[in-house]
Design a binder for this molecule. Structure first.
Ligand SMILES: [Zn+2]
Ligand SMILES: [Zn+2]
Length: 271
């Protein structure tokens, strides 16, 4: 990899329902790839947490395993103990209680589904109004950013992974600028990070989430912090696309990327 000091701030272990590798194996790989830091951000779908005993158990296990890995790798690899909170705006009380119970380094916020709907992954976009779905998606994201108890907003434009990537339906994001600008402004004013998620680069959508135009706009609107994450769910994807993401940040006027420890942003120069 061309850039030094690579940070992967979004990965999943086998403590996520769709994760495949054990945490120690992932740490070994991250270290051998020469990463400086890795964040483990296993899933916690907030809207499914209260009624699902397994979910609470996985979140607990993920937390303690990441804490342990952090100690084992101290001095060799920075391990950020994190979580990806899905739909925190659907049940802010539960989200709050999870964040009180666990002492995370980094909290990602994401939206994988609309209210009373399946994950965007499972939707049939040939029988839906893509425009209505995206409007509702961005409105929910605005609620998440206003709620604000997170560090980085994960994979903004996530539905496009399926709408454009899988169903090949073209979307003009310019139609949603009033929403995305509001989201970016709230992030910038409140000192939150926007995530540059590289998983789409290795998937049919062939683009980052969000795309470059939104990264550029974030800078114009005063955004300071961007975290980069591969969203790896298996060992082979750790660190993938980080170089491309670093270059994209540099091209758009960002001189550093961001590491989170104890929920404090630490700018790391891109070099
Ligand atoms: Zn996600
Ligand atoms: Zn994820």
């Amino acid at each position: 990899m061309g850039y030094k000091k690579l940070l992967d701030m979004h990965t999943h272990t086998d403590n996520s329902p769709d994760g495949k590798a054990a945490i120690m194996h992932m740490c070994e790989c991250a270290q051998s790839l020469g990463l400086r830091a890795i964040a483990f951000t296993d899933h916690c779908e907030v809207d499914d947490y209260a009624g699902n005993k397994d979910s609470a158990k996985c979140v607990k296990q993920a937390y303690f395993e990441a804490k342990k890995a952090q100690n084992v790798y101290r001095g060799r690899l920075i391990v950020s103990v994190g979580v990806e909170l899905g739909q925190p705006n659907f049940d802010v009380q539960t989200a709050q209680s999870i964040l009180t119970e666990y002492d995370y380094d980094i909290v990602l916020a994401s939206l994988h589904n609309l209210r009373d709907r399946p994950d965007f992954y499972f939707m049939d976009y040939n029988n839906e109004s893509v425009h209505d779905i995206l409007e509702e998606y961005f409105k929910e994201i605005i609620k998440i950013t206003k709620w604000g108890n997170f560090d980085s907003l994960a994979h903004l434009t996530y539905p496009l992974r399926y709408i454009t990537g899988k169903f090949k339906i073209k979307v003009d994001l310019n139609k949603y600028t009033h929403y995305t600008d509001e989201i970016l402004k709230i992030l910038a004013y409140s000192g939150k990070a926007l995530e540059l998620n590289t998983s789409g680069l290795r998937q049919p959508i062939s683009d980052t989430m969000p795309p470059k135009s939104i990264i550029k706009r974030f800078k114009e609107l005063g955004g300071e912090f961007v975290t980069i994450g591969s969203d790896a769910h298996e060992v082979k994807d750790i660190g993938s696309g980080l170089d491309t993401a670093m270059q994209m940040l540099k091209d758009n006027g960002f001189n550093y990327t961001t590491l989170y420890q104890s929920r404090v942003p630490m700018p790391i120069p891109i070099e």
